[in-house]
Write a protein that binds this ligand. Sequence first.
Ligand SMILES: [Zn+2]
Length: 551
Amino acid sequence: MNISLKISALLLFVLSTISCSNKNQVFEAENSINSKDLEKHIVTLSSDEFQGRKPFTIGEKRATKYIANAFKEIGLESGYNGSYFQNVPAVELNYTPDKSISIQTKNGELTLELTKDYIAKTPHIKDSITIKNAEIVFAGYGIVAPEYGWNDYKDIDVKDKIVLVQVNDPGFATQNESLFRGNAMTYYGRWAYKYEEAARQGAKGILVIHSTKAAGYGWQVLTNTSGFGISIQAKDQNLQKCALEGWITDAAAQKLFEKSGLNYDELLKNAENSNFNALSLNCNLNLTIKTALKFQNSKNVVGIIKGTKRPEECIVYSAHWDHFGIGPAQNGDSIYNGAMDNGTALAAMLETAKAFTNLKIKPERSVVFIAVTAEETGFIGSKYYAQNGLFSPEKTIANLNYELLLPMGKMKDVTITGFGQSELDSYVEAAAKEQDRYIIEEPFPENGMYYRSDHFSFAQIGIPSLFIKGWQDSREHGKEWAKEQINTYWKTAYHKPADEYIPETSDLSGIIEDAKLFFKIGYKLANEANYPNWNEKSEFRSIREKSMQHN
Ligand SMILES: [Zn+2]
C-alpha cells in the first residue's frame, strides 16, 4: 500500500466511524424514550390531584410546576431568565346569559332556551353586553373568499345586526370537489373564521347553526364549555369583535325560519350557490349576557436547547397542558382529567425532549419545547407565544404539535392532519419509513382538525406546522378496529370526565413510536440548513413569504 492509499484508507475509516458513532448516539438518544417514564407523566398529569388542569386554578399551578420540574430534570434550559414560565396576561370570562330569549317574528313570538336551543358568549371584556331589538340576517355560510369567487355579504349591510350562518363550507355541503376544497373543510368552514368575518362586516352578533354532521362534533361539546371563556388581555377590550358569539341548534333554526315564514331547507340549498343573497328574517332579538371578569396571568412552560451552529434558528415542539377542570358531573364524576386530551401528548413531548438532551452531539439549530395554556378555550397560550416568542417567526423553521394520542398500541400509519399543506410531509414520510410505517391523510378532513389545535396559531403567522400521529391502522388489529377505538373515544370520553388513563386497557407502544417519530423529524430539521415551505396551494404560503421578506 503506498502512502496516499494508506491515507485515504485511514480517512475513510475515520469518516465512517464518525458517521457510525453519530448514528449510534442518535440511536441511543432516541431509545431513551421509554414507556415507564411516559406512563409516569400520563398518570401524574391526569390524576385527580391535578383537577382537570383548568387555567388559573390550583390545577394549573400543579400541572405547570410538574412540567417545569420535568424540563429541568431532563436538562432543558429555561426560556426566561432562569424561569421556565412565560406569563400569559389573560382574563377569565364567566357568562350568565339570559335563561331564555324571545324573538319577535312575523308570526308571533318564539322562545329559545339556553343550553337546549342556544348558547351565547361575548368576547367583549366588559361586565355585560345587551343586544336590543337587533335584526337577524341569514348570511348563508358567512364567507368572503375572493379566490373561490364567493361573498355571502355582497349587497347587504349587516352593521349592528345579528348574522345567522351555517357551520362548515359549501364544498362540504355539496360534496362538490370543485367548490372550495370539496369534502375537506377549509378555514372558511370554521366558526372562528365566521366570527372574524362577521366582525369585519360590522355585525353586532353572530349565531352559528349547529349540526353534528357539518360541525364534526355534537351539541353537547358546545354546551359543556359554554359557561366560560378565556381571552388574552386585549388593549381594545376585544370591542372590535362581535358583542355576541353564539350557536343555535339545527332544530331551533328550523323553527325560527318557519315562524318567519321562510322555507329553511330551500334557503339552505340556495346558500350552496355563489349567487346566493343574504336576507333578513324580519325578526328582532333581545339578549343580555352578564360576564364575571377575572384578570389574571396564566402560564406557558418553555424549555430550550441552544443550537450549536445556528442558535438563532429554531424548531418548536408544542402540546397544550390545559383541559376543562371540574365541571358538570357525568356518571358521578366531575373531574375532566384530560388523560388523552392532552396528557398522553404532553408526556410524549417530554419524552422527545429527553431524547434531545441525551444527544452527545447537540443539534445545530435551537429546539424549543413549549407546553401551552388555554388551548381548549381558543389556543390562547399558543397565540400569545406566536406573537411574543423567544425566536422571530421567520427564524422559526417549523412547529410540531402533539395533540390527543390514544394508547391503542403500535400503528402502521402516520396520519397527517392537513396533508399536502407543506413540504414537511416528506420529512414525516422519511421518518415513518424508518419505522416501517406509511403516511396517510386524516380520515375526516371535513372536520377541519387542521384548524383545531395549537399548530394553527403557528400556521397563522406563516410557520410551517405539523399535526401528526398514528391513528388509522393498528399493526395488530387492522383498520376497522382502530376506527372503533377512536369512535368509542369520541362518544364516551372526548371532553368528558371519562377521559381517564386506565393502565389495564392501555398499550403505550404506539405513543412511544410517535414520540420517536417526532424526535426523528425534529432531529433532521435541527441539523440541516433547509427552510421547508408551504405548498403552492396552501392558504399559509403567502403569509410565510411576506414574513421571510422582512428577514
Ligand atoms: Zn386537546
